[in-house]
Design a protein around this ligand. Structure first.
Ligand SMILES: Cc1cc2nc3c(=O)[nH]c(=O)nc-3n(C[C@H](O)[C@H](O)[C@H](O)COP(=O)(O)OP(=O)(O)OC[C@H]3O[C@@H](n4cnc5c(N)ncnc54)[C@H](O)[C@@H]3O)c2cc1C
Length: 416
C-alpha cells in the first residue's frame, strides 16, 4: 500500500522534510500544506529585500515546478485548522480532509505583539514573512521616523532596515545593552556604536508603555515607561515568537512552549513528528531539552524527521539530531556570529581585541555550550567542534581566548 505523508508548513523544516521523504520513498504520496501564498523562500534574506538591497527573485528558493517535478502536492494559501491523531486526518480551512500515515508539524511561530495600548495600530510591523517584508519596505520608504523594540537578533534586523531606508530611528531596549542575555555590555557597546554610526540611536532602560496614534489609527509615537516620547511613523516590534501549537490541542501531543520531540523528532503520539523552530527537542550534546530558532537547525531537523518517518527501525537506521547552530549578522562593517546556545551558559569567558573585535564563550558543566564572535569569525569552527565533541575545556579559557588559538594548543583529546 502507498504510504501517505502530510507536512504542515513549507518553511525550511517542512520543505527539507518533503525533499528527503521523496528521495527515500519514490512512490509515496507527499503533501505539503502552507497558509502562505508562495512556496519556500529564504527567510534570512527578506531583511535585505526590506532594506531595498535585493530584488524579490533571488529570495525565492523553490517555485511551484520544483514540487511538480518531485510529484509533491503543494497546497498554498491553505490553513490547517485541526488534526485528529486517532483518525490520522488533517483538516483545512476550506473543509478539505487529508488522510495521513505519517504527519510532520513544521508550523514555526508567529511574532508576539506588545501587550500595550494601540499595539495593533497601522504602521506597527512584525517581521516574519515575505509579505511582512513587502509591507515593511513600502512603509519604510515613505516614513521618516521610526522606533524599534526588541533587543535581539530580529530587532536588530528591523533597526538595520530603518537605517538602510534613512529613517530617523530610536531603538528602545529594556536593559543597558543589546542582547544582554548573550553578551556583556563591553561586547554590546560595539554593536551600539555601529548602530549609532548608521543613524539608529539606542535608548537603554526603556521599552514601550503605549503607542500614540492619529485620528486615522496610524501610529505617531511610542511613549516609554519613563514617560519619554519618540516620534514614530514606522514601528518595528520583535519581542519573540508564539509557537503555532493551537492545532495540537486535544491531540495528546505533548507541548511545552513548543512541541516536545526526541532526538529523532518523534512527538509523544505515534506517527506524528515535529521539526523546526517550534520543537522542544532532546539535545544530544547538552543532554537536555532545548529549543533553537535558526535556519540550519530547522533544515537539519526537517531532514532527520523525514528519515525517521520513512524508517522501519528508527534507532538503527537514522542518525539522531546533533547540531551546533550558528546565526550571523551582516549589517555592519564587521561580521557577527553567535553559535550554539549563548544564553544558557552558567560561566563565561570573554575578551575584547580591538574596537570591532570581541569574543565570548559560554560554558556549562565545564563544556562550551555557545558563544558570540564579533569581528574575527575564524575560530568559530574550532569552538563548534569542541562543543560538538563535548570537550571539557572551561579551565583552559586563556588558550581559547587567544586571538589565533589552535586546537592543538589545548590539553584535550579530540576525534579527528
Ligand atoms: C527576518 C528574519 C531573519 C532571520 N535571520 C536568520 C539568520 O540570519 N540566520 C538564521 O539561522 N536564522 C534566521 N532567521 C530564523 C529562521 O528563518 C528560522 O529559524 C527558520 O526559518 C525556521 O524555519 P521553520 O521551517 O521551523 O519555520 P517557518 O519558517 O516559520 O515556517 C513555518 C511555516 O508554517 C506555516 N504555518 C503555520 N501554521 C500553519 C497552519 N496552521 N497551516 C498551514 N501552514 C501553517 C507558516 O506560515 C510558515 O510558512 C530569521 C528569521 C526572520 C523572520
Amino acid at each position: 500500500m502507498t504510504e501517505s505523508y502530510v507536512i504542515i508548513g513549507d518553511g525550511i523544516a517542512g520543505s527539507s522534510a518533503a525533499e528527503t521523504i521523496r528521495e527515500r520513498e519514490p512512490d509515496a504520496d507527499v503533501t505539503v500544506v502552507t497558509d502562505e501564498g508562495e512556496p519556500l523562500y529564504n527567510r534570512i534574506l527578506i531583511k535585505e529585500f526590506a532594506k531595498g538591497k535585493l530584488p524579490e527573485a533571488p529570495i525565492s528558493i523553490h517555485d511551484e515546478d520544483w514540487y511538480d517535478d518531485r510529484d509533491i502536492d503543494l497546497a498554498l494559501n491553505t490553513l490547517v485548522t485541526g488534526i485528529d491523531t486517532d483518525a490520522h486526518e488533517v483538516y483545512t480551512h476550506d473543509d478539505e480532509t487529508l488522510a495521513y500515515d505519517e504527519l510532520l508539524v513544521a508550523t514555526g511561530g508567529t511574532p508576539t505583539q506588545l501587550p500595550v495600548e494601540n499595539s495593533d495600530a497601522d504602521g506597527i510591523h512584525h517581521f516574519w514573512t515575505f509579505e511582512d517584508a513587502r509591507r515593511i519596505k513600502e512603509h519604510a520608504e515613505e516614513a521618516s521616523t521610526s522606533v524599534i523594540v526588541g533587543a535581539g537578533l530580529l530587532g536588530i534586523d528591523l533597526a538595520a532596515i530603518s537605517a538602510a531606508q534613512g529613517l530617523d530611528a530610536h531603538y528602545l531596549m529594556r536593559g543597558d545593552a543589546w542582547w544582554r542575555y548573550a553578551m556583556s555590555k563591553e561586547g554590546a557597546d560595539i554593536i551600539h556604536d555601529a548602530l549609532r554610526e548608521k543613524g539608529v540611536e539606542p535608548v537603554f532602560d526603556s521599552g514601550v508603555d503605549r503607542f500614540e496614534t492619529d485620528d486615522d489609527g496610524n501610529v505617531t509615537a511610542a511613549v516609554d515607561p519613563n514617560g519619554e516620547r519618540y516620534d514614530a511613523e514606522f514601528v518595528g516590534v520583535a519581542i519573540g515568537l508564539n509557537f503555532n501549537l493551537e492545532l495540537l490541542q486535544d491531540t495528546g501531543v505533548e507541548t511545552d512552549n513548543g512541541i516536545v520531540v526526541d532526538e529523532y523528532m518523534r512527538t509523544s503520539v505515534d506517527d506524528v513528528y515535529a521539526a523546526g523552530d517550534l520543537t522542544q527537542f532532546h539535545d544530544t550534546i547538552l543532554s537536555e531539552r532545548a529549543q533553537n530558532g535558526s535556519w540550519g537547525s530547522a533544515k537539519q531537523q526537517g531532514s532527520v524527521a523525514a528519515k525517521a518517518m520513512t524508517a522501519d527501525d528508527v534507532e538503527s537506521e537514522v542518525d539522531a539530531f546533533r547540531w551546533v547552530s550558528s546565526y550571523s549578522i551582516t549589517h555592519f562593517d564587521f561580521p557577527f556570529l553567535s553559535f550554539g546556545f549563548p544564553t544558557i551558559g552558567e560561566d563565561h569567558a570573554e575578551r575584547k581585541y580591538s574596537e570591532t573585535e570581541w569574543r565570548r564563550i559560554a560554558f556549562k558543566d565545564g563544556k562550551i555550550v555557545g558563544g558570540v564572535l564579533i569581528g574575527n569569525l575564524a575560530p568559530q569552527s574550532k569552538y563548534k567542534q569542541l562543543m560538538q565533541q563535548e570537550a571539557e575545556v572551561a579551565d583552559q579559557r586563556d588558550v581559547l581566548l587567544r586571538e589565533n588559538f589552535d586546537l592543538e594548543d589545548l590539553d584535550v583529546e579530540l576525534e579527528a
